[in-house]
Each structure stands twice: as C-alpha cells, then as structure tokens.
Design a protein around this ligand. Structure first.
Ligand code: NAG
Ligand code: NAG
Length: 203
C-alpha cells in the first residue's frame, strides 16, 4: 500500500515537473527598443524622482514578429555591480528563479509603438545601480521577448537610486520619540495630580 502511494505520488510529481513551463532569459529575443530619461550614473531619489520610459518594437524586424505579443511588463533590474555577493539578487537564466528584476514598474497591453510611461521611483526601492527591462508576454503569460535600457553586458546607461535618506529616517524617529514623550508627560501629569489630590485629602 505504502509503496503504491509513493509510486503514485512520484508519478504525479514528475507530471507536474513535465508540464511546468520553464522560460529561460537566453531563449528570449531582444525585439523591443527601450529607452529612459535617465543618464549614465544619474542618481535618483526614491519617493521623489521620476523616470520617463519609452518603448516600441524594433522597426527593422519582419512584420508578424509580434503576432503572439500580448502584454509588456516593465521592471527595474539590478546591475551586476549591485548583485555582487548578494545571492538574493542573483541572475538565473530560468526566469522563475531569476532575481535580477524584482521591482515592477508597470504592465501594459502590447502595442508596437508610441508607448510611454512616467514612473515615480517607489519609496521602498533600495539603494543600488539599476537598468530597466521590458518583458513581452504572450496570451499564456509566458515571456517571449524583451528589450532593455542597457546593452547585453549591462554596462552602459546604468543609473543609481538612493533609498529614502537618513534625513527622512531620523525625522521619523524624532517624531515617534516626540509623540512617546508627549504621552508619557500626559501620564506623568495625571499621576502627579492624583498624588497631589491624595496628599491634600490626607491633610
Ligand atoms: C534593431 O534590430 C536590428 C537587427 O536585429 C539591430 O541591428 C538594431 O541594432 C536594432 N535596433 C535597436 C535600436 O536596438
Ligand atoms: C505615434 O505618435 C505620433 C505623434 O504623436 C503619431 O504621428 C503617430 O501616428 C503615432 N503612431 C501610432 C502607430 O500610433
């Protein structure tokens, strides 16, 4: 009985493994031309600064290249310099396991031209060096193509994002301390009042 159970379970598992569809980055064609308003080495502040992003299909491709294209998902991706020694940002060819592009920017229905978006860098984006990549998905939501603001070696057109600064953080801490102090003073005040009331009754 138990052996049968194990056999059935492993058969089921291998079926799942066979049907799961692993898309690798290296299998994707670079067909989108993506550009951003950022300049090489520019430092943007999370929560404040904006990026304009423009994308379109490379016009030199034969017509019909984009017949399966349905959605474009723009993502913010770590440059190699910010992945070094950080396994949690590692590039893996299997896109299910890839940690290069962790921050979603926007998802749009695919159109071949005139695509533009203005994105304000979100406050939770950590300090690092980045580029932008657009993934094209088909109707089954599988990645089929891409385009990015940097070259294939991820060297050019990189920009930096500076996380919400220490100044903001210390301001936040100061206001928390201040509120705590006010509450404590209030309690202290009541306590003293009560004590005064008691001692005046005793007299
Ligand atoms: C468009 O595709 C052609 C042919 O693949 C390539 O040579 C060219 O560099 C691409 N243009 C852009 C702007 O990526
Ligand atoms: C893209 O925008 C330009 C200028 O706004 C316009 O002339 C052109 O027809 C548009 N192209 C498409 C395919 O919508």
């Amino acid at each position: 009985m138990e052996v049968q159970g194990i056999v059935v379970a492993s058969l089921l598992l291998s079926c799942f493994a066979a049907t799961s569809y692993a898309v690798t980055f290296s299998s994707l064609r670079s067909t989108l031309v993506v550009s951003a308003s950022t300049t090489q080495g520019q430092v943007l502040k999370a929560g404040d600064d904006k990026i304009n992003i423009i994308w379109s299909l490379n016009t030199t491709l034969p017509s019909g290249t984009d017949s399966s294209y349905r959605t474009v998902k723009l993502k913010l991706c770590y440059a190699p310099i910010s992945q070094h020694d950080r396994a949690w940002r590692k590039t893996v060819d299997d896109l299910e396991k890839d940690k290069t592009c962790q921050h979603k920017i926007v998802s749009r229905p695919y159109t071949p031209s005139n695509n533009t978006v203005t994105w304000i860098v979100l406050r939770d984006v950590p300090t690092a060096t980045y580029f932008i990549r657009a993934y094209v998905h088909d109707s089954a939501d599988h990645e089929v193509a891409f385009g990015q603001t940097t070259d294939s070696n991820k060297v050019n057109n990189l920009f930096e994002i500076e996380a919400v600064s220490g100044r903001h953080a210390s301001l936040d801490i100061a206001s928390v301390c201040f509120s705590a102090f006010s509450i404590l003073s209030l309690f202290g005040f009541f306590y003293l009042e009560k004590r005064r009331g008691k001692s005046s009754q005793q007299k």
